[in-house]
Design a protein around this ligand. Structure first.
Ligand code: GLU
Length: 243
């Protein structure tokens, strides 16, 4: 099967150096193998999304020289596909009436007097539809990766813990899971992951080349001083695929 990779930012704020490193790694893996590279906006969690952040992210990707294949897929348009996946999971799905802190026994049936608020999947025992009615990241990412024909996921090691559940869901839906690779995170001086929560600065849109170079260096590429286009040409030619 030919290679299809993707970058799947959540539009909860602008891209920072940490997200750039993930994007560069997945892009180099895809382009280095002659594969496709998609962008997906993970805008399922409406309340956490910042209006306009999607456009800002796409403009930053353009400024840093990324070229994606096909249209950007927005998860907010995919509710019907997620509902269909829940239907297909059939008896594996059970309602849960617990709060996060409770030890959940709902897989054996809702306790008397409890109302099912979220939906969980048997075997993995994680939420696939939240109590507020939103489909969970775990379900959406699996359905989208499958529907978009993603063969390879390259992402930060902070998502390592969600990978077994995603593989489980792919299999439960009769799908072949993609290959997953997780890369080291960029951390600040205190050792915290760069993130919107730790107020990582937004990527500068003017003079992107030095920052792109910094991201490439983080990934082990001794990138020369060059303009964005030349950096990419050099990096795609130099990149050794992650084993
Ligand atoms: N949307 C997730 C994030 O921004 C990434 C999901 C993934 O790569 O599977 O953290």
């Amino acid at each position: 099967m030919s290679y299809t990779g993707r970058f799947a930012p959540s539009p909860t704020g602008p891209l920072h150096l940490g997200s750039l490193v993930t994007a560069v790694a997945s892009y180099l893996e895809a382009r280095g193998r002659g594969g496709r590279w998609l962008v997906r906006m993970e805008d399922l969690d409406g309340p956490r999304c910042v209006p306009g952040a999607d456009g800002e992210i796409l403009r930053a990707l353009e400024a840093y020289g990324f070229a994606w294949d096909g249209p950007v897929l927005y998860q907010s348009t995919r509710t019907a596909a997620y509902a269909e996946a829940v239907r297909q999971l059939g008896d594996l799905v059970y309602p849960c009436g617990c709060s996060r802190r409770e030890v959940c026994g709902c897989a054996r049936g809702l306790p008397a007097g409890r109302v099912g608020r979220s939906l969980k999947v048997r075997g993995g025992d994680f939420v696939i539809r939240r109590a507020d009615g939103l489909y969970a990241y775990q379900l959406a990412v699996v359905v989208d990766d499958a529907d978009q024909g993603v063969t390879d996921v390259v992402r930060g090691e902070d998502l390592l813990e969600s990978t077994p559940g995603q593989i489980y869901l792919h299999r439960a839906l009769g799908l072949t899971p993609p290959r997953y690779r997780h890369i080291r995170l960029v951390r600040d001086a205190r050792g915290d992951k760069l993130s919107k929560q730790t107020r990582a600065p937004a990527l500068p849109l003017t003079a992107p080349a030095p920052v792109l170079r910094q991201a490439m260096r983080f990934l082990g590429l001794e990138a020369p001083e060059a303009a964005v286009d030349e950096l990419w040409e050099w990096a795609v030619g130099t990149w050794r695929p992650i084993p």
